[in-house]
Design a protein around this ligand. Sequence first.
Ligand code: ZN
Length: 54
Amino acid sequence: MKLICPECKNAVDCTPYPTIAAGSVVECNWCGVTLQVSALNGDEVSAEIIDEGK
Ligand SMILES: [Zn+2]
């Protein structure tokens, strides 16, 4: 799974989220924003920021 954080452009570690799917909420392990998965396209995950965090 490849999820690039839209905020900091780093690759988010998806391993804590083995059941990731559209609608899943994940936290960027780099900048702390909360992301909601909008789409999965093969191995690529798209997400949008729902909470800017700190
Ligand atoms: Zn980030």
